[in-house]
Design a binder for this molecule. Structure first.
Ligand code: ADP
Ligand code: ADP
Ligand code: ZN
Length: 220
């Protein structure tokens, strides 16, 4: 199955996408992760993206559309993909439609994860990830079983994102509401939107996503 996880920063897209990869063998395609990898590698794209990401604004459409187009051309996505953080505006959604048509791929569902703004700020300011495997954690909501040791890989180094501070989070939420939220209309008009309660705990959100995946689909 090919799906989009649509939701504001901190909604739980990355957390749920990773769980779906494990359960369904689908590939997570996170433009944020790909851009951060480009920043870390010091590529030309990474250098251009960094200042924009630090401000919480959107990287130019041609950059992210190019990244996703390359990725959708690779054979490992044929078993299904989860788009996480893309598309983020109507121009990107239209570009995605063209890419999918050109590659003979369909979209089975767009899952909108709804979470209150104040909860999002708390989630993002407490977020950190394992430096070795990328597993996400939270200071209060998702704590490693052994303090300071990653549950998945045993790593002991963790990262916090430069843009996960309260000021930038509020700017990112503003950008989300202005530019990304209109995609709810875009996809509901085409009959593929499914909305779930992202305020629930992680396991309950997973159950809601499973229900969507099991339910009837009319791919576009
Ligand atoms: P996104 O990818 O949508 O920006 P993440 O999946 O990184 O969001 O989640 C943001 C933070 O909130 C992480 O620290 C994660 O551990 C935590 N988190 C994710 N889902 C939930 C949930 N349902 N309830 C509480 N905390 C959550
Ligand atoms: P979150 O889900 O926490 O908002 P992401 O990791 O998806 O964070 O994105 C981090 C930053 O990367 C964004 O604030 C933006 O600058 C950039 N970015 C990621 N995906 C896109 C995209 N599809 N279009 C433009 N910019 C993007
Ligand atoms: Zn790890």
């Amino acid at each position: 199955m090919n799906i989009i996880l649509l939701g504001p920063p901190g909604a739980g897209k990355g957390t749920q996408a990773r769980l779906m990869e494990d359960r369904h063998g689908m590939k997570q395609l996170s433009t944020g992760d790909m851009l951060r990898a480009a920043v870390a590698a010091g590529t030309e794209t990474g250098r251009r993206a960094k200042t924009i990401m630090d401000r919480g604004e959107l990287v130019p459409d041609d950059v992210v559309v190019g990244i996703i187009s390359d990725r959708l051309g690779q054979p490992d996505v044929r078993g299904g993909f989860i788009l996480d953080g893309f598309p983020r505006n109507t121009a990107q959604a239209e570009a995605l439609d063209r890419m999918l048509a050109g590659k003979g791929l369909k979209l089975d569902a767009v899952i909108e994860m709804k979470v209150d703004d104040e909860a999002l700020v708390g989630r993002i300011t407490g977020r950190y990830t394992c430096a070795k495997c990328g597993k996400g954690y939270h200071d209060r909501f998702e704590i490693p079983k052994a303090a300071g040791v990653c549950d998945v890989c045993g790593g002991t180094q963790f990262n916090r994102r430069a843009d996960d501070n309260e000021k930038t989070v509020r700017d990112r939420l503003f950008v989300y509401n202005a530019q990304t939220a209109p995609l709810v209309q875009y996809y509901s008009g085409r009959g593929v939107l499914r909305t779930i309660d992202g305020m629930a705990d992680i396991a309950e959100v997973t159950r809601q996503i499973e229900d969507v995946l099991k339910g009837p689909q009319r791919p576009i």
